[in-house]
Design a protein around this ligand. Sequence first.
Ligand code: UDX
Length: 423
Amino acid sequence: MKITIIGGGYVGLVTGACFADIGHGVTIIDVDPIKVGMVNEKKAPIFEPGLEPILARTTGKNLHASLSFDSITSSDLTFICVGTPPNDDGSANLSYIESASRSIGTALQNATGFHVVVVKSTVPPGTTETVVLPAVLSSAHKTEDEIGFAMNPEFLREGRAIEDFRQPDRIVIGSNQPYAGDRVAEVYQKFSAPVVRTGLAAAEMIKYTSNAFLATKISFSNEIGNVCKELGIDVNEVMKGVGLDQRIGQQFLNAGAGFGGSCFPKDVSSLAMLAGRAGIDPKILRAVLEVNEYQPYRLVALLEKKAGNLSGKRIAVLGLAFKDNTDDVRDSRAIPVIQELLKKGARVVAFDPMAGPNMKKIFPGIDYAGSAGEALKGADGCLVMTEWPEFGRIDKEFELMAHRIVIEGRRILTWNGAEGICW
Ligand code: UDX
């Protein structure tokens, strides 16, 4: 099928590349000429394992990137994959969705044949029906008989997005009319995952609910972890025993410094806002966010308890990315930790295998080390913030510290001198 993707960000790139890899003809549209140029040169503008080999196979053949909206006119479907960043009040900013919808509509004025506009961006329930649909139809001067609408959320984890795309647990397709949904289902014909067909708003709500539930699992584990620590119980042993209950499941029960990234914090806040507007007090969602905000301060408090007043002390922060295998620092738990350390007068020296340059944009004034050993040399304390597998191999480097006080926010070290945030 001929597919246009609006937005060459993380979701658009992975989706476009993977669609091309299974044989569809794909054009990725982005406003950034650097990004477009890179894709057309088979280079991935983001770090995502497995993406570049796909670009190498498909770019110039059935995958192209472009600054112009022309390809929409001759496409069967257009996927909207633009960002929905949070507004100051936590609600989702839909301005990119609106302008993409108007551009699609304008490009469809001269189109013949049935076209389906598919929203893949995470949007509040009701957005496809009340924002995208009217904007596209009025700009195109067409009716729902000529243009169909669908909502097809993504469930891609950064760092494992290609694998998640190829082996999804389910494919959710919401549509305003069965035929529009059938066309989207055709795109995924080669997949064996169950397909869940719904209305537009239910598909939007499935995405929010999935992320909110996973975030709840993490905050729940963190609260239990905090209690376990006070009672001298290893939360890891507890969660192993709990997670084997198939009704609970073993994943996302790792207690630690809390969740970060571009999705969980923003989506839970947005859902809480939505609940409030609907007249429902989102008690559980508020607690999920509250526990998540608290964990970084708990980590610094544990360090202070052992190291005393942090003023003037050299503190190594190992791990800046919001999780391993990415250079993404959005809402990383290392951010409030560094802020708190600086507030207490500590001298921070940070190290991350990949995310140093991105964190430097947020904290240009702290020191950045080229290795874990360099960060630890002469340090009075250390906080481990990211579950990078290579941190599991740090051992002798801890001997370089002036005072070996190490608190782990992620359970990753094999060195046995560290104390965990929840263990
Ligand atoms: C998430 C969802 O998993 C994905 O389905 C959705 O489409 C986008 O958001 P992502 O943000 O890439 O993906 O990261 P994920 O692997 O889910 O981890 C999110 C955060 O939770 C990380 O900071 C991670 O360290 C933390 N986490 C995860 C825990 O603290 N404990 C866990 O048990 C699991």
